[in-house]
Write a protein that binds this ligand. Structure first.
Ligand code: ATP
Length: 230
């Protein structure tokens, strides 16, 4: 089914989803008039601290629980269901163009400024610049996003005190969005859990309950005991 609704694509590991993700997507959607935001969990975790990461299924479940109450939000399982694409965003965009986007429609690729700084190294990023607009969220502690030289366009202008617009050489738009700064990261959430500390109100309540029930991100010795077979 094709859609004319303006679409935002927000990829991440979401290991686990936290309030910074949800609030950031909500604010960017509001600032840019994006009607639907699809969260796209990666098929695998890119982290090196493999001590206590959640499985792709658990990351997906936490995300689905967390966005369920927001009619603007949804979850796209594509990268989890297509490990052959190694979670390259290029293939996700191509899939959306082939399935739901109407001809000529460009979705907004939403990303935090730390992810954006590495964007020119992404697989087939030049082609991606033709396929989507980009919305960058400022993220503490760095401040406002700075545009990698490879993406610099010709004109830039402040749309408001919260949004700066840059016309890219591809003809598509880049928006830098100043959002409520929330200095929260999944790695810090995991570190706190590993240390036996509370993460309540850093992650959405639904994810918090799920983490507790499953004993996620804790030392193996502290995980809740499985029910013995009867
Ligand atoms: P980790 O600490 O494990 O690296 P993370 O908190 O950066 O995780 P990701 O799932 O890797 O979370 O991030 C998904 C996207 O969300 C990225 O584009 C990232 O820049 C953005 N993001 C994450 N947290 C915030 C935040 N607090 N404010 C703004 N953007 C954020």
């Amino acid at each position: 089914m094709q859609t004319a609704v303006s679409l935002g694509i927000f990829g991440g590991t979401f290991d686990p989803v936290h309030i910074g993700h949800l609030r950031g997507a909500e604010e960017v959607a509001e600032l840019l008039g994006i009607e639907r935001v699809l969260f796209v969990p990666t098929g695998f975790a890119r982290h090196k601290d493999l001590a206590s990461l959640a499985s792709p299924e658990d990351r997906l479940t936490m995300l689905e629980l967390a966005v369920a109450s927001n009619p603007r939000f949804g979850v796209l399982r594509y990268e989890i269901e297509h490990p052959e694409h190694a979670s390259y965003t290029y293939y996700t965009l191509r899939h959306l163009h082939e399935t739901v986007l109407s001809s000529g429609q460009k979705p907004f690729l939403i990303l935090g400024e730390d992810a954006f700084a590495g964007f020119p190294k992404w697989h087939r990023f030049q082609e991606m610049l033709e396929m989507c607009h980009i919305a960058v969220m400022a993220r503490p502690p760095i401040g406002l996003p700075s545009i990698p030289a490879a993406l610099k366009g010709l004109e830039s202008q402040a749309v408001s005190s919260e949004v700066l617009h840059v016309r890219l050489q591809s003809g598509n738009d880049l928006y830098e969005c100043r959002i409520t700064p929330l200095d929260i990261s999944s790695s810090r959430v995991r570190e706190r859990l590993l240390a036996g500390r509370s993460v309540r109100y850093l992650v959405p309540e639904e994810a918090f309950r799920f983490i507790q029930e499953r004993g996620l991100y804790r030392k193996p010795t502290e995980k809740p005991k499985q029910k013995e077979a009867e």
